[in-house]
Design a protein around this ligand. Structure first.
Ligand code: NDP
Length: 345
């Protein structure tokens, strides 16, 4: 075990639209000591997610404190009954090499730490397909939109963490699924590996026509991850009574404060008779986490559902990887391995 902790923190509350080289600072501090009811854990995987930029811009992440993130970690020392040194856990150490979990440690109520069983699948999946991302896809595509055979379903950010799962869940129910992604290799992955029926690039100058051509029967379900020009191209293609979940609007995450892209998109879609639902994954943990695991656990293990991770390595890599993801540089669910994963040995 190293003798100091290292963590990334905000240099100041961000004022720019997107993070740059001055946004974050690397700091050192003592390794925390677990009290009764707590465990000290070493971070293995840091999950980088678009919502974390909102945390930083809104002030939920404070300068001087480790930036928030969901993590996969290994227990170093435990004072929690039932948890032992060497166990693997899902927790929220943030952008930090070490962290405490258990009594008195802060975390969002829907990110309850839990022990992981490496025999049941890759531990990194706990911050992805078998965790919040799988639940987000399941809640939006299955619970909210009710994707079914006969539907034409469109998924934006289709090769990303949530998008790849959402589209495959709809495919499993017999829907015709069209992805939207950036680079051509992402589009190829979406059709050739994930099995979507088509995928169009939002980077193409003919994007709106390409999307219309890929959806000759119109759009019945839209899983919104990005907003902006992608939504503009989807809007005229909605069939009457179509369903849309607004999962995320990443193209707006650098907007100046004041606008409300969600409200605006909701109003424009509703004006065309679309049933719009906003998604917050935390609302579905108690009601649907087990159902999600029951479907995606075996499907991922058998290879029926494919899941691509974009794993960067090294603690120093976190800020650049985060900025890259916000601009579409990731290919698959992005996470950073900051220390050894013994389950890979
Ligand atoms: P992704 O792995 O999908 O990564 C983000 C992707 O967004 C990029 O790779 C890029 O893909 C795409 N993107 C970025 N900027 C733009 C742009 N301007 N126009 C079009 N596409 C863009 O991230 P996640 O799977 O983690 O998250 C996907 C969405 O789900 C996000 O909006 C996120 O905030 C949301 N989310 C919402 C939750 C909820 O509770 N509602 C929970 C979890 C996630 P490409 O290169 O293909 O364009």
């Amino acid at each position: 075990m190293a003798d100091v902790n290292r963590y990334w923190t905000l240099a100041d509350r961000p004022v720019g639209a997107w993070p740059d080289a001055d946004t974050f600072e690397l700091r050192e501090g003592p390794i925390p000591v677990p009290a009764q009811g707590q465990a000290l854990t070493r971070t293995i995987y840091v999950s980088l997610d678009p919502y974390q930029w909102g945390y930083k811009r809104s002030g939920a992440d404070k300068p001087g404190q480790p930036c928030h993130a969901r993590t996969v970690s290994q227990v170093v020392e435990s004072r929690i009954p039932g948890l032992e040194a060497g166990d693997f856990v899902f927790n929220t150490n943030g952008w930090s090499l070490y962290g405490l979990m258990g009594e008195g440690t802060s975390r969002p109520a829907y990110m309850v730490p839990r022990k992981l069983e490496p025999a049941q699948g890759r531990i990194s999946h706990a911050v992805g397909v078998l965790g919040m991302l799988g639940l987000t896809a399941y809640a939006g595509m299955i619970v909210q939109c009710g994707a079914k055979a006969g539907d034409t379903v469109v998924v934006s950010a289709a090769s990303g963490g949530v998008g790849q799962i959402a589209g495959q869940l709809a495919r499993l129910r017999g829907a015709r699924v069209v992805g939207v992604a950036g680079r051509p290799e992402k589009c190829r992955f979406v059709t050739e590996t994930l099995g979507f029926d088509a995928c169009v690039s939002h980077a193409s100058p003919t994007f709106a026509q390409d999307l219309a051509a890929a959806c000759p029967a119109g759009i019945d379900v839209y899983f919104e991850n990005v907003g902006g020009p992608v939504f503009d191209a989807v809007l005229p293609l909605f069939n009457p009574g179509a369903r849309m979940t607004i999962c995320g609007l990443i193209s707006h995450y650098g907007d100046a404060p004041g606008g409300d892209a969600r409200a605006e998109e909701t109003a424009r879609a509703q004006a065309r008779g679309v049933v719009v639902t906003n998604l917050f994954v935390g609302d579905y943990v108690e009601s649907h986490h087990e159902a999600m695991l029951a479907e995606l656990g075996p499907a991922v293990a058998s290879g029926q559902v494919k899941y691509l991770e974009d794993v960067r390595t090294g603690f120093e890599a976190i800020p650049a990887a985060f900025a890259d993801m916000l601009k579409g540089g990731n290919f698959g669910k992005i996470l950073v391995r900051v220390s050894e994963d013994p389950t890979l040995a």
